[in-house]
Design a protein around this ligand. Structure first.
Ligand SMILES: Cc1cc2nc3c(=O)[nH]c(=O)nc-3n(C[C@H](O)[C@H](O)[C@H](O)COP(=O)(O)O)c2cc1C
Length: 183
């Protein structure tokens, strides 16, 4: 039986993820792409991975620069995700995004949920993607808000029930009752 690639995409789309902006340097200039294949691999030593399609400019840029950063996006940063998920980016895609330069030269978003910055420690070709493994050298936990999600080929956000309000306490996203005022 022929492999049903449409069904395969639909099944994988049932796995809800966060959305990240993977940043790096390309010819010495800031570069980025939207990615949801980000996963934590090891806590000690700290290693993360991201899987990048062959043929993408970002794939070449990570190989060349030897490092990358993963910026975890907030729900209200969907516009950033959309911009960097397109091959057709504006001439200066970072002009209206506040960044600073990390240890590897990758741009780091001042305003996102948090980021990790990595040196490339390994990579493997798997099918039509390269899996890049990054040793985490720096990180930041930033403003707490609700995360941007990706589910079933669309952007989403965490929706509290009508009786609930979403908030953040002690660094954790929480839902609490409107009426009771507690959680
Ligand atoms: C939510 C979302 C997640 C994505 N995740 C990945 C990913 O993990 N790996 C990948 O290769 N492409 C992913 N893409 C597609 C890239 O963002 C897209 O191909 C982008 O144009 C690549 O940039 P580049 O061509 O400048 O390298 C994703 C797209 C979206 C909308």
């Amino acid at each position: 039986m022929a492999f049903d690639s449409m069904l395969y995409r639909k099944v994988l789309g049932q796995f809800a993820t966060g959305v990240t902006l993977v940043t790096t340097l390309r010819d010495g200039k800031p570069w980025a792409m939207t990615a949801n294949s980000f996963t934590s691999i090891s806590l000690s030593p700290p290693i993360v991975m991201v899987s990048v399609s062959h043929g993408l400019t970002t794939n070449e840029a990570i190989r060349q620069s030897g490092g990358f950063a993963v910026n975890i996006l907030r729900a209200d940063q969907m516009w950033i995700a959309k911009r960097f998920a397109s091959r057709d980016k504006p001439a200066d895609p970072f002009s209206d995004i506040e960044t600073h330069t990390g240890l590897t030269g990758a741009p780091l978003l001042r305003d996102c949920l948090g980021w990790v910055e990595c040196r490339l420690v390994d990579q493997t070709e798997q099918g039509d993607h390269t899996v890049f493994f990054g040793g985490v050298e720096d990180m930041s936990l930033q403003n707490q808000s609700d995360p941007l999600l990706y589910y079933s080929s669309g952007y989403a956000r965490i929706e509290p029930t009508p009786q609930q309000k979403v908030g953040v306490a002690e660094g954790k996203l929480i839902f609490f009752d409107w009426e009771a005022g507690n959680y």
